[in-house]
Design a protein around this ligand. Structure first.
Ligand SMILES: Nc1ncnc2c1ncn2[C@@H]1O[C@H](COP(=O)(O)OP(=O)(O)OP(=O)(O)O)[C@@H](O)[C@H]1O
Length: 240
């Protein structure tokens, strides 16, 4: 089985006349949760869009499971959740899931499982338009879980969620990774860093650190990722 879920090489993306991703390269293996952390506007969404094949690349290559990002063969293997909820407001949670299960050719039996996984069983029959923002994003996440994808790309999935739910979702990400999928999660909240097996810190379109959270702190001689980030930005960290 091919180990690398994602292979990115020399990726450059220009948006609005600016270089938003600047010569990025990395691989992601299956079976782990990789976090992409960085301030607003640093290019996280653009990088995720590139992985799922909805971003025009200026140069470089992006592959998932050996196929070029966006290839038809990848559609059922990648679950992607954007910051904007991708569910229909006028359908209930269950109706949405049933609809997407049909579109994806997924067994209807998986619908209840996906709803349970995001803890929405109590709202399964509520119209999505009447859900809170956090509940709507969980409904989108449930859609992405359909079909048991090999790669989950989640753009800030925990924004606006309470701490208990955030913890539960991170546990879910780890369970999904333990089943052999690659989970790639972005966040701009530095305190989520410790929940990742591996962390990529991003700033201004560049990956400035890529390691386990612990090793990033060790290398920068800091106690937390926020301080590590500042140390890296200020050039005070010892990256040798
Ligand atoms: N449609 C667009 N056209 C032109 N420039 C864009 C477009 N979308 C984003 N950008 C620019 O690309 C850069 C990276 O944006 P991106 O959304 O990838 O950042 P981000 O790290 O995901 O931010 P956030 O955490 O706020 O979502 C920003 O400077 C932004 O202004």
């Amino acid at each position: 089985m091919m180990k690398n879920a994602v292979e990115v090489a020399d990726l450059v993306v220009r948006r609005g006349g600016r270089e938003v991703l600047r010569s990025i390269g990395f691989t992601i293996e299956r079976g782990s949760v990789t976090g992409l952390l960085g301030p607003s506007g640093c290019g996280k969404s653009t990088l995720m869009r590139s992985l799922v094949g909805v971003q025009q690349l200026t140069s470089g290559t992006v592959k998932a499971f050996g196929e070029e990002a966006g290839a038809k063969a990848l559609r059922s293997r990648i679950g992607y959740v954007t910051q904007a909820a991708s569910v229909y407001d006028d359908l209930t949670v269950t109706e949405n899931l049933n609809f997407f299960a049909k579109v994806l050719g997924v067994n209807k039996g998986e619908v209840a499982e996906a709803i349970d996984a995001v803890d929405l069983r109590s709202h399964a029959d509520v119209v999505v338009g009447q859900l809170s923002g956090g509940q709507r994003s969980r409904a989108s996440l449930a859609v992405a879980l359909l079909g048991d994808p090999d790669l989950l790309v989640l753009d800030e999935p925990t924004v606006g969620l309470d701490p208990v739910l955030r913890r539960d979702l991170w546990e879910l990400f780890h369970r999904i990774a333990a089943r052999g999928a690659a989970v790639f999660v972005s966040s701009h909240v530095m305190d989520e860093a410790d929940r990742c097996d591996r962390l990529m810190l991003m700033r201004d379109g560049v990956i400035i650190a890529d390691d386990t959270p612990l090793r990033i702190c060790e290398k920068t001689r800091t106690d937390d990722i926020e301080s590590a980030f500042l140390a890296l930005v200020e050039g005070a960290g010892d990256q040798s």
